[in-house]
Design a binder for this molecule. Structure first.
Ligand SMILES: CC(=O)SCCNC(=O)CCNC(=O)[C@H](O)C(C)(C)COP(=O)(O)OP(=O)(O)OC[C@H]1O[C@@H](n2cnc3c(N)ncnc32)[C@H](O)[C@@H]1OP(=O)(O)O
Ligand SMILES: O=C([O-])CC(=O)C(=O)O
Length: 432
């Protein structure tokens, strides 16, 4: 057994026993109550699952195993310019421990050894029109690998419940190892005439992904390390993570549950907002006829969007009530690495203009930017302006969190997820 799996197995067994005992002794303890507006309002704030890998605070933002983004940046093993390696975050999410450089290097090598993508994935992708949305290609590519599922095969062979986590671990590691190759293949066939770039196995997971996309720029590698780290996990209730959890709870294997989650990420109110943001900015620049719009011009354009009864993409959040620390981390990156970008200046001006306008509407609970408000402008700076691809990048990162959490969920023996729905008549009856 590799050292990560060994370490995880020890921790998971201890927590499994602990949770069982807690459940037995305190199972009836009331942990909250549910209001009518929560039932009709998208289940905001209802606690209904255990998610070990991260927890979100409305003010502070995400903490991975207790560590904030600035702490992660300081503590995790990093690339040459100091940006954290996502391999380290994956290790942390599975074990609760900050890994050593040696441990992270071993994980990089482990993923390299699993990264070969079966030929049928490329054949399947090649059969699709090249202009099929990259997120559609991504989920089809993932599903084309499903026949390789170790969980699926072992389940059919009669695997014991206590071994489920082990098979999910193997599938998850294989998926994470392969996803950059699948994603880069989609990018190059959709936008670079099918001229593919062979992997460079001397590089870490992020730098190799950057390389296969078409860039060996050291700054872009750093951006990818940061990007793939900060998008990885956002506790369990967000739409993509929750979908993975729900589908996985039926013992559908990691390929199927992850593909399902990616279809949730592809919605414009969730991960696809990253493409919507840059599309909205490009349209604004075109309409105004200037790459350096003033705050007054931006204000006017925001008003037009609101008047057309559309949302301002990249702003607002279901949980956060302060600027997203993932937005701030990207801003800091831009301040450090990028000088004189009109587009990034525009993103910052939008940040000055939008919040008071949303606040003035009197209904928006969070007027601040989320992670998607900044990411596109950074990618455009490094030459990646094909914004329909952006959510695939998000998905590659999100795999780290949802698959790590999925391993935990199986190790803790969590049951089939099945919350309760009610009819409007039932609600009216309750109010009588
Ligand atoms: C990675 C991520 O998923 S981060 C989120 C990415 N999504 C976006 O950026 C899309 C734009 N933002 C939004 O649509 C929302 O803020 C969401 C979907 C993120 C959160 O939705 P909710 O939790 O329902 O937000 P909230 O409770 O504040 O919504 C109340 C009202 O404000 C509106 N509102 C919220 N955000 C915005 C916005 N950015 N622009 C305009 N109106 C907004 C809602 O549409 C809703 O209007 P309604 O009552 O007329 O239907
Ligand atoms: O937490 C949410 O609801 C959405 C989000 O920011 C994410 O999934 O990264």
């Amino acid at each position: 057994m590799d050292s990560l799996k060994q370490k995880f197995a020890e921790k998971a067994l201890t927590l499994y026993k602990e949770l069982r005992a807690i459940g037995k002794e305190h199972g009836d303890k009331v942990m909250g109550e549910v209001t009518l507006s929560q039932i009709t309002g998208g289940a905001r704030g209802i606690k209904m699952m255990v998610w070990e890998t991260s927890q979100l605070d409305a003010q502070e933002g995400i903490r991975f195993r207790g560590y904030s983004i600035p702490e992660i940046k300081k503590l995790l093993p990093s690339g040459p310019q100091g940006e954290p390696l996502p391999e380290g975050l994956f290790w942390l999410m599975l074990t609760g421990e900050i890994p050593t450089e040696e441990e992270v290097n071993a994980l990089t090598k482990d993923w390299q050894s699993r990264a070969e993508v079966p030929q049928q994935v490329y054949t399947t992708l090649d059969s699709l029109p090249a202009d099929t949305h990259p997120m559609t290609q991504f989920t089809i590519g993932i599903m084309a690998m499903q026949s390789d599922s170790i969980f699926d095969r072992r389940y059919a062979e009669g695997m014991a419940k206590t071994d489920h986590w082990d098979a999910v671990y193997e599938d998850s590691m294989n998926l994470i190892a392969r996803l950059p190759r699948v994603a880069a293949y989609i990018y190059r066939r959709a936008f670079k005439g099918g001229e593919h770039i062979a992997p460079d196995t001397s590089l870490d997971w992020s730098a190799n992904f950057a390389h296969m996309l078409g860039s060996d720029d050291e700054d872009f590698r750093s951006l990818m390390r940061l990007y793939l780290t900060i998008h990885a996990d956002h506790e369990g209730g967000n739409a993509s993570a929750h979908t993975v959890n729900l589908v996985g709870s039926t013992l559908s294997d990691p390929y199927r549950s992850f593909a399902a989650g990616m279809n949730a990420l592809a919605g414009p109110l969730h991960g696809l907002a990253n493409q919507e943001v840059i599309k909205w900015i490009f349209e604004m620049i075109e309409e105004l006829g200037t790459k350096t719009p003033t705050k007054e011009q931006i204000q006017q354009y925001v008003q037009e969007t609101l008047d057309a009864r559309k949302v301002i993409p990249g702003y607002g959040h279901a949980v956060l009530r302060e600027p997203d620390p993932r937005f701030t981390a990207q801003r800091r990156f831009a301040e450090e690495y990028i000088k004189d970008s009109d587009l990034i200046e525009t993103v910052w001006k939008i940040f000055d203009v939008v919040p008071p306008m949303l606040e003035a509407l009197g209904k928006v609970k969070n007027p601040w930017p989320n992670v998607d408000a900044h990411s596109g402008a950074l990618l455009v700076h490094y030459g990646f302006s094909e914004y329909s691809f952006y959510t695939v990048l998000f998905g590659v990162s999100r795999a780290l969190g949802v698959l790590a959490a999925g391993i935990w969920t199986r190790a803790l023996g969590m049951p089939l997820e099945r919350p309760k729905s009610v009819t409007s008549d039932w609600i009216k009856d309750q109010l009588k």
